[in-house]
Design a protein. Structure first.
Length: 85
């Protein structure tokens, strides 16, 4: 390949991989805090009840004070409750 064709192929491959990486990612404004569905160690942020202040510190599964960010419309299907923030 000529240098210009190789460069074009590299750029095309890079753009294709960036486009694929972004597929299926929900935007923050399309998410809600869903309480009661986080597994131990998999919560997204601090506890609503103040038991801890960071992500990944949930001690038990499905604690009503811990949340995961999920796409709008899926929380109740997962058995959780939506709370505004």
């Amino acid at each position: 390949m000529k240098p210009t064709l190789a460069r074009q192929a590299l750029v095309a491959a890079a753009l294709a991989s960036l486009g694929a990486a972004g597929m299926g990612v929900a935007h923050a404004e399309d998410n809600v805090r869903c309480y009661g569905i986080a597994k131990a160690g998999q919560n997204d942020c601090g506890s609503k009840t103040g038991v801890h202040g960071c992500a990944g510190e949930a001690k038990v599964d499905n604690d009503k004070g811990d949340f995961r960010n999920v796409p709008k419309g899926t929380c109740r299907k997962l058995g959780g409750t939506v709370d505004t923030y």
